[in-house]
Design a protein around this ligand. Structure first.
Ligand code: ZN
Ligand code: ZN
Length: 371
């Protein structure tokens, strides 16, 4: 038996496939998606290669496009074969069908008013997800709470809790749509309703941080953790808000990670805007191994920095420049990052590209032991 997480390289966004192998059957769930319009979501592509024919759950942490684009395509592909749809709190949208119908009309209105293609796509895509999630009874669950247990089928041996947002966080997202506010897209406040989820298996805790905010982590600590006398002690954290300096601040990570032992901080980001180098350096200093899907410009492994070095031959500099800058292509670092936890409690991280990382003290691999 094993529990596996695949943190997919989807640029600036998140998409995680969770797989529980109970020894006779593999059960799958997907948390978030990020995909270009008209292209297949990575999660779907990977699920196909894994032979998934159904999903125990599909989960949307919060209504930002870098977390929901492609989610509808995944749901549609598995129509009738998705056990549960979990989302952040969205008012009483699940229970209130009239409100849902009205919301649909507002989304159509917002989409027709804007000239921006991406806003229009975002509005329609969100509408598709709402409609899809509404098709079955008892299918869509809005989650919130400091320790709110969810139980997707096939995952009974894994303890799963949403740990953010707090019960009191409602968010303004639906309200903005109802006011026909075109700024419904990508408003940073909506990170305040982002789910963060903890999975516990074989004594190992893993947190998917969503776009959890500094404020919410702080309130969780002050209102909840101090009362119950325990905090999250995760060995692996998919860093909140793509490893942003603000939301993955030391006080947040200090509180999320367990003390000692093998610890890993995974960032799902494009490398350009996130993660913050400060965050990666902080992890490194604590002895927590960072794994980034993409390479940040400040990273020591970034080849584009080489051509600025004095003394380098002009021909080599030109080649490097072209390679590094061609089409603005983002340099992948570790690519997809797979974490597998075995039933005995041992776990390992396997990256798609095992690029050398100076922040991970992996120098040893460069110097194989001599005779
Ligand atoms: Zn995000
Ligand atoms: Zn967000």
């Amino acid at each position: 038996m094993s529990l596996t997480f695949r943190f997919l390289n989807v640029g600036h966004g998140s998409s995680t496939i969770v797989e529980f192998d109970d020894g006779s059957k593999k059960h799958f769930g997907v948390v978030d998606s990020n995909a270009e319009a008209d292209s297949e979501p990575r999660a779907l592509e990977v699920l196909r290669t894994l032979g998934a024919t159904e999903l125990s759950f599909l989960c949307l942490t919060h209504p930002h496009r870098d977390h929901y684009s492609g989610l509808y395509a995944i749901g549609k592909h598995f129509t009738g074969k998705v056990g549960q749809f979990y989302s952040c709190p969205m008012g009483d949208l699940v229970a209130n069908t009239r409100r849902r119908a009205k919301l649909a009309a507002h989304l159509v209105k917002i989409a027709s008013r804007t000239d921006g293609m991406s806003e229009r796509t975002a509005a329609f895509e969100f509408l598709q997800i709402i409609k899809w999630a509404s098709t079955q009874e008892n299918f869509w669950t809005e989650c919130a709470g400091e320790e709110n247990t969810i139980g997707p089928s096939g995952f009974s041996q894994v303890s799963i809790q949403t740990v953010l947002p707090l019960k009191v966080s409602k968010g303004e997202y639906i309200g903005r749509i109802e006011r026909d506010d075109p700024n419904m897209f990508g408003n940073l406040d909506d990170n305040d309703i982002s789910l963060a989820i903890r999975f516990s298996y074989a004594g190992v805790d893993v947190v998917l941080g969503g776009d959890g905010t500094l404020n919410n982590w702080r309130s969780r600590r002050n209102r909840f953790e101090r009362n119950v006398g325990r905090r999250i002690m995760a060995s692996v954290v998919n860093l909140p808000h793509h490893g942003s300096q603000h939301d993955s601040a030391p006080e947040v990570l200090e509180n999320l990670f367990t003390i000692g032992g093998d610890r890993y901080g995974v960032t799902s980001a494009n490398g350009h805007s996130h993660p913050s180098q400060d965050v990666i350096e902080w992890l490194s200093k604590q002895g927590i191994s960072p794994f980034c899907t993409n390479l940040m410009p400040a990273c020591g492994a970034n080849a584009s920095k080489l051509f600025a070095m004095p003394g380098i031959s002009p021909e080599l500099a030109a080649i490097l420049r072209q390679t590094a800058l061609s089409g603005g292509v983002i340099q992948p670092c570790q690519g997809d990052i797979t974490l597998r936890i075995e039933s005995a409690g041992n776990f390992a991280v396997v990256p798609q590209h095992s690029s050398f990382c100076g922040y991970r003290s992996s120098f040893a691999s460069l110097f194989p032991a001599g005779p």
